[in-house]
Design a protein around this ligand. Structure first.
Ligand code: OGA
Ligand code: NI
Length: 338
């Protein structure tokens, strides 16, 4: 397979010069198999609203099926992602950048220059403005149908994400359109993650334990396992259901819900034989809106647990704080807690 990685998938041991803290590598529990809730969106609206809140409170994660994004859209998206990664290097090298501020870029976790850590991932990350703007101008122009297929996929996942947010409002007791404006009006980010086979999976991760810094994440995972979710002090493996989306709440929802919902830590592990591709779509608040606990959820007995600040400051301070803690998630929300 032709990938952008600077360590080839055929090498027999890991390259020198990386280190992943042992606690991040702690293997997932096998004795205690816990399955993420699977929510069937064709069920009654009341049941679905209830299930989303329950899953959110217990796991921060769930899978959705019968979500009305047709199979053809999913298969097309997967096919174009494969075609992209299979392009000759010279057709995608111009997209390659280690500059994290670039809205559209290709990068490799095996090539982080800013830290000693590396991860077994190649990622194409693209930004899609809301409403549709001209961000697409800097998207890849090969494969030729990529822009059309990606845009269709993003628009449909957005509809799904917004529907889930509305149902969440209903179950939380927030006005139905609470997230419809600025809270979901930020750029959407699309990540196509390729995790090539790894020679030493027990010493290498695809992605470190992290929480998503957005409002909501929808992941189309394909059939290969890899994602793990932190639950009751253990890592549990996510078994992807065919055609399902894995959904999780980001830190921005944790703040708005005043901690009723938690953004839960997750990571991606590697394996020796199979490449895994996932497509991650995120809904984000606009940079210049105020992010804080919803007043509707507050009372004397339920005071705000997080400060209210501009969303751009939230993301910046969180990123800086985590860098300072070297990715340690133990007190990751400390700068915002009251
Ligand atoms: C992410 C993420 C999971 C995956 O991109 O934030 O958690 O399966 N991805 O790729
Ligand atoms: Ni994530």
């Amino acid at each position: 397979m032709d990938t952008m990685l600077h360590v080839t998938p055929s090498c027999t041991s890991l390259p020198d010069g990386f280190s992943i803290p042992a606690d991040q590598l702690h293997p997932a529990t096998t004795s205690n198999v816990v399955t993420l809730p699977v929510i069937d969106l064709s069920g009654s609206r009341d049941d679905v609203c209830h299930a989303i809140l329950q899953a959110g409170k217990e796991f921060g994660f769930f899978q959705v099926v019968n979500h009305r994004i047709c199979e053809e859209t999913l298969r097309e998206m997967e096919a174009v992602c494969d075609e992209f990664f299979e392009l000759p290097v010279e057709d995608k090298m111009h997209l390659y950048s280690d500059d994290k501020s670039k809205p559209n870029r290709l990068f490799s976790g095996s090539n982080y220059k800013t830290s000693s850590k590396m991860y077994w991932i190649d990622c194409l990350r693209l930004t899609h403005t809301i409403p549709t703007g001209d961000s697409k101008n800097n998207w890849p122009n090969k494969p030729q149908r990529l822009r059309e297929v990606f845009e269709n996929f993003i628009e449909q996942t957005r509809v799904l994400g917004m529907e889930l947010l509305r149902m969440l409002c209903k179950s939380l007791g927030l006005p139905l359109g609470y997230f419809d404006g600025d809270l979901s009006g930020g750029d959407m980010v699309l990540g196509v993650n390729l995790y090539p086979p790894c020679p030493e999976p027990s010493r290498m991760l695809g992605l470190p334990p992290h929480c998503d810094r957005n409002l909501l994440t929808l992941v189309l995972s394909g059939a290969v396992q890899g994602m793990e979710v932190f639950y009751n002090g253990d890592w549990i493996k996510v078994e992807p259901m065919p055609n399902a989306f894995i959904v999780n709440f980001g830190l921005q929802i944790e703040v708005v819900a005043n901690g009723i919902l938690k953004s839960v830590e997750h990571r991606v592990v590697t394996n020796m034989s199979l490449a895994r591709t996932s497509v991650v779509t995120t809904i984000n608040a606009t940079n210049d809106c105020l992010l804080g606990p919803a007043e509707e959820l507050l009372s004397d007995s339920n005071p705000p647990r997080y400060r209210t600040i501009m969303c751009r400051d939230f993301v910046r301070i969180y990123t800086e704080w985590l860098e300072q803690c070297e990715g340690d998630m133990k007190h990751h929300m400390k700068p915002f807690k009251i």
